[in-house]
Design a protein around this ligand. Structure first.
Ligand code: NAD
Ligand code: DAU
Length: 351
């Protein structure tokens, strides 16, 4: 079946993997990548598919309601897969209002444009919202987040994502729109912006710079390979019922310090350094404010109902990721120059 799908945030980390997957897997679909190209958006992520006939890029801002109305009138999308967001917790602590604007107001604008454009035909259109496990708050030593876990966000980032999730559910419950939400754990893989832990550590180890570990490094995250997330989005987009929610995660919990030590070991091997060399770069710095202790996702519902399972073991995925960064020096040096340098100096001078 022919479909026109707007994917927002398609030039970012996860969005670029989702766009690539849909463009390559569904040549009969037209994929419109709508992205503002903030510091995190990079069209170089999509070089391999940019000339495909079923792909189109549109530069635009989801906080601009008039722009969205014109785009929907012109393109008449059948569906939206919404990933555009401000996504970095540390940036949300320094600049919370930007997160409210993009994540809450931007999502509400998109929903409202879809509501107006799809009126009378909600059963023929789908609004898929990509969210995070951080909306559930923090776990103690045990337990996992399920789809029924009560929302309890702690950072301005997670509060803004929780707000956007509530708007999506409100548009389903109030107007009868076909809305679906997924909440995923931490992703890793190629094209991950090096402000986030794994690519930042790879870049610093490569350049013999200190690797900043917040607090005691005891916080736990549940890591999933980004291409497994993109595949889960594909499955959920095509098979979920209207109004449904799915958790996505890798059953792969790592304490930050253990993850960094594993990464140091892989980097020593890849860079031909003596084992133990990179570990000396580990530097404990001031903890993140309101730092959630542990995330762990229970993805049983997705596995049982839709048959999705993660494909990669973490050690293998991490090695693949390191290889990608070592082979893509140009990508890395482009995104770490200019504005990123200033952000880095500001963020880590106080830590
Ligand atoms: P990212 O920061 O790498 O990319 C975000 C993209 O959104 C960028 O291309 C940026 O240019 C675009 N964007 C930002 N503001 C915009 C605006 N106002 N209008 C249009 N485009 C705009 O983010 P990511 O890590 O790829 O995350 C994508 C989505 O997945 C986000 O909604 C995030 O909350 C969610 N998520 C991320 C993770 C993770 O581990 N990274 C895990 C779970 C969920
Ligand atoms: O859980 C899903 C979320 O994962 C997504 O919704 C977010 O968009 C994404 O950024 C990610 O959030 P985290 O805050 O968990 O990711 P980050 O890579 O920033 O940090 C991972 C862990 O590492 C966290 O406990 C903080 C710690 N950390 C991070 C950085 C950048 C450090 O110890 N040192 C660092 O320099």
């Amino acid at each position: 079946m022919n479909k026109t799908i707007i994917i927002t945030g398609g030039a970012g980390f996860i969005g670029s993997h989702v766009v690539r997957r849909f463009v390559n897997t569904y040549p009969e679909y037209t994929i419109i990548n709508l992205d503002k190209l903030t510091y995190a958006g990079n069209l170089a992520n999509l070089k391999d598919i940019e000339n495909k006939p079923n792909y189109k890029f549109v530069k635009g801002d989801i906080t601009d309601a008039i722009f969205l109305k014109n785009l929907f009138s012109e393109e008449k999308p059948d569906a939206v897969i919404h990933l555009a967001a401000e996504s970095h917790v540390d940036r949300s602590i320094t600049n919370p209002i930007e997160f409210v604007m993009t994540n809450v107001v931007g999502t509400a604008n998109l929903l409202n444009t879809a509501r107006e454009q799809w009126k009378g035909e909600y059963d023929k259109h789908r609004f898929y919202h990509v969210s995070t496990d951080e909306v559930y708050g923090a776990l103690g030593e045990s337990g996992m987040f399920t789809e029924d876990t009560k929302y309890d966000p702690h950072s301005p980032y997670s509060a803004s994502k929780a707000g956007s999730d509530h708007f999506v559910r409100a548009y389903h419950d109030t107007y009868g729109m076909d809305c679906v939400i997924s909440n995923c754990s931490n992703n890793y893989g190629a094209n991950h912006f090096p402000e986030k832990l794994i690519p930042l550590a790879i870049n610093n180890i490569k350049n013999n710079k200190p690797v900043p570990v917040y607090g005691k490094g005891e916080n736990v995250r549940d890591w999933l390979w980004v291409e497994d997330h993109a595949r889960a989005i594909d499955v959920i987009f095509h098979k979920a019922k209207a109004g449904d929610t799915y958790n996505i995660g890798g059953h792969n919990e790592w304490k930050n310090i253990n993850l960094i030590k594993l990464l140091c070991k892989i980097m020593d091997k890849k860079l031909g350094r003596e084992e133990g060399t990179s570990e000396k770069l580990i530097t404990y710095v001031t903890d993140r404010a309101g730092h959630d202790l542990r995330y762990a996702i229970d993805s049983t519902k997705l596995q049982k109902e839709l048959g999705w399972v993660p494909s990669l073991q973490f050690e293998e995925g991490l090695e693949k990721t390191v290889d990608w960064y070592l082979q893509n020096e140009e990508w890395l040096s482009e995104v770490t120059s200019g504005a990123y340098q200033k952000y880095y100096e500001q963020q880590y001078k106080t830590k």
